[in-house]
Ligand binder design. Structure first.
Ligand code: ATP
Length: 372
């Protein structure tokens, strides 16, 4: 059992507020990923849970017990940090076996455990080596192995795969997920890689400037971002975020995309989300590249755009488009669209677009919060 609760946590380093009014509950056996850009407070939050930092404000509870004053050793937590600290004088085998030897587990049991995790992490052939002759990726896996043999109540993993090459990262990712389900330990995993976050997490906690922006299942955070930050951060390529103004057109509410002549009439459902508080004129329209359809002939809303750049990614193409040169300002905006490679276009071609009504997001430009 390990249920973790962070209550109104605040942590400062001098003038820097690294973690701000942070509230989060993590269920027993849950796999939560802390996701956010460099410096947003992910590691500090993890170190607070581990007991390596202490909050100025707030409480940390594990299984209902306040642990603010408990030492790291008394919290039954295993952590693997970005910068692995291996014992240089011990072999890989002994490094992994160390936590089990410390609590006097039987030799045969230690041997079985070490060999099992070494196989999972693909380091069985380096068990006799010393850390000084390992590659960065191997060292990282040894550090992971040392945490895995312990079977603690909680795992805290801080970018534990940062030094692995792309293929090994994907393999190890799958193994970590499988193993976490098997062991059933509550796990918090820190990364700034959103693909890693999406593939691993039961829930993703998106953090920005020390503030928890949104917590939810990967599909929720991806499909229903609550703020402009989350919308722009999740997704590769990123969601198109276009400045727009709410306006009235033939008695209906419409969105005028800034710097273009594009006017999007809102559906009944979209209009119903606009209440008195959200009749703000300045907003931002969000639409993902995969939710825009492209055609050589006018379709749907008849939005014309010029092809500026083509990025072939194999299974899909990403087109950078210049949308609607405004008659007065002569400015245009850049829009990214995902197309099938069979959709053949050249730079300079004019193509026609339509936006998927159900996949449009609207944000208040001032508060940066989602209107829908
Ligand atoms: P990264 O992905 O780069 O590891 P992060 O999201 O984990 O970043 P933190 O390491 O938690 O971010 O840092 C949050 C903020 O607190 C940053 O502005 C950082 O410079 C600051 N900070 C962290 N540790 C200390 C420290 N010991 N002394 C002073 N400032 C610190």
């Amino acid at each position: 059992m390990a249920h973790i609760k962070l209550q109104n946590i605040e942590k400062r380093f001098g003038d820097v507020v690294a973690v701000k009014d942070f509230n989060l509950e993590i269920e027993d056996k849950e796999f939560v990923v802390f996701l956010g850009p460099s410096g947003c407070g992910k590691t500090t939050t993890l170190r607070l849970i581990a007991g390596l930092e202490h909050p100025e404000v707030g409480d940390i509870l594990i299984d209902g017990h306040r642990v603010n004053d408990l030492s790291p050793a008394d919290r039954d937590i295993a952590f693997v940090f970005q910068f692995y600290a291996l014992y240089p004088h011990l072999s890989v085998y002994d490094n992994i076996a160390f936590p089990l030897k410390a609590v006097k587990v039987e030799k045969s049991e230690i041997d079985e455990q070490v060999k099992k995790v070494a196989k999972i992490l693909q380091i069985a052939d380096v068990l006799n080596r010393k850390p000084s002759v390992l590659s960065g990726g191997e060292m990282q896996r040894v550090a992971l192995g040392r945490a895995m043999v312990r079977q603690p109540k909680v795992y805290l993993l801080d970018e534990p795969m940062a030094n692995l090459d792309a293929k090994l990262r994907i393999d190890t990712r799958a193994e970590i997920k499988r193993l976490q389900h098997e062991i059933g330990a509550t796990t918090i995993f820190v990364t700034h890689d959103q693909v890693e976050a999406m593939s691993l997490a039961d829930r993703i906690a998106v953090i920005h400037q020390g503030v928890l922006q949104q917590i939810g299942a990967p599909h929720e955070v991806y499909n229903k971002p609550k703020s402009l930050f989350v919308a722009g951060f999740m997704g590769m390529p990123a969601m198109n975020l276009l400045d727009a103004e709410l306006t009235s057109h033939e008695g209906k509410t419409a969105l005028q995309l800034s710097h273009t002549d594009v006017l999007l009439e809102l559906s009944q459902q979209q209009q119903s989300h606009l209440n008195a508080n959200t009749q703000k004129k300045d907003c931002v329209l969000g639409i993902r590249p995969e939710h825009i359809s492209a055609s050589r002939k006018p379709i749907g809303r008849e939005i014309a755009a010029d092809v500026h750049l083509i990025e072939p990614l194999g299974s899909v193409n990403i087109l950078d488009l210049l949308l609607g040169t405004h008659q007065d300002t002569q400015e245009s905006i850049l829009l990214r669209v995902r197309t099938h490679p069979t959709f053949q276009v050249e730079v300079g071609d004019t193509i026609w677009l339509d936006f998927d009504d159900d996949q449009m997001h609207l944000f208040d430009r001032e508060t940066e919060q989602a209107i829908w």
